[in-house]
Design a protein around this ligand. Sequence first.
Ligand SMILES: Cc1cc2nc3c(=O)[nH]c(=O)nc-3n(C[C@H](O)[C@H](O)[C@H](O)COP(=O)(O)OP(=O)(O)OC[C@H]3O[C@@H](n4cnc5c(N)ncnc54)[C@H](O)[C@@H]3O)c2cc1C
Length: 428
Amino acid sequence: MKVVIVGTGVAGASAAIALRNEGHRGPITLIGSDPEDPYRRPPLSKDFLGGTMPVERTRLKPPTIWAEKEIELIKGANAESIDVGGKTIHLDSGQVLQYDQLLLATGGRPKVLKSEFMDMTHVYTLRHLRDVAPLRNELNAGSHLVVVGAGLIGSEVAATAKGLGVKVTILEAASAPIARLMPAWLGEKVASLHKDMGVKMVMNARIESFNQYEGGVRISMASGNRIDANAVLVAIGMTPNIELAANAEIEVADGIVVDAYGRTSQDSVWAAGDVANMENGFLGGRYRIEHWTNAQDHGVAVAKNILGQNAPYNPVPWCWSDQYGVSLQICGWPDASDDVGVRGDINSNSFLTFFHRKGRLVGSIAFSKPKELRAIRELIGKSPFISPELLSDPKVDLAELAKSQIEAEQFENKRNETAAIKDLVRER
Ligand SMILES: Cc1cc2nc3c(=O)[nH]c(=O)nc-3n(C[C@H](O)[C@H](O)[C@H](O)COP(=O)(O)OP(=O)(O)OC[C@H]3O[C@@H](n4cnc5c(N)ncnc54)[C@H](O)[C@@H]3O)c2cc1C
């Protein structure tokens, strides 16, 4: 069986390695439009941008692994079309590859402002390794960086730039950073991380125009204010790369639609990672996850399913973001409209919040509380009907609580199963 994987990001690369580790002996081809060996994106806005991490440490795996695992790595080649009937994939190099199973791990690209703004010099986005050097060249002490978007990537770049002595302004269209996920007071807390470090935060920002001037970009705001920047980073989210799938009549809807096993609507075609629009096995509905751990785990899970292991993938999503020495972690599906409880002192930089929806624990946002967040994530997945009072009680050890709750839940499920079997036997 020949497996072809499109996308050399963490989802595609992890899937390729997992296929081998799980015993697949047939050919594996990993194709990526990126000319680089597979690398990790998280350091691109943190240590690597800051210049404290050498490029070798951004590599996902040692460079020899692809040959060792007999994975054919085709770099710098764009997959242009798929013939699902003939099971072939066509590359821009003219090469045509036959497949038995095809995995699409095409990730996403940064959302952009109008092209007349994006085409200007000193205006950047950040997704690829090649994006880092030009942006870093602009981050000189005393220069002014404007970051459009107070999401995780924008916030991290702001923190890194500040560490390099750059003057930073963040322009955010919403009333608070990551406003959709958290109530205003928590958004204010995230904003204060920046403000305390001297970053200027402009909320409800409406950009009217960019104009080039010598040495930078002049930004005109709807408020009438003008901001002169030496460089502008546009970090307003990402768009999933669905075109390859859509043109092959694979179902797409904010991503490539997959089932719990990673199968798309076309036979023998699978999808994983940031591009996959998957079922939410806990709360219902569908969604996409744009986090590192998910892309990695999903790639591995789908690789196993390609080999016939039939294991549904149903994660409680989790991500982290490092800003000014604080590790901000988010898990589950927090929403600004949920009931929010607190554990710890919100005036410090070490506390945890947890989100309940109709009595069910659905998410958590934590400031430098990794152990507690792990426990909450377990509870969301395995025993979510837990009282906020217990979670906020500082005398309760959350790891112990999660363990005992989950054991009690499993015991109860087993008891119900046994009772059901006894009823069945009695009826017969
Ligand atoms: C700067 C930055 C910092 C981040 N920091 C964090 C963090 O701290 N924590 C966290 O949880 N997450 C973080 N993330 C998100 C995380 O990196 C992504 O969720 C993850 O990389 C997604 O992996 P993926 O393999 O699904 O997609 P991608 O990494 O997007 O890889 C997809 C690959 O497919 C290639 N491709 C697309 N179409 C084609 C085609 N037609 N032919 C050939 N190749 C194609 C693309 O070039 C790309 O290389 C960060 C992301 C960025 C950009």
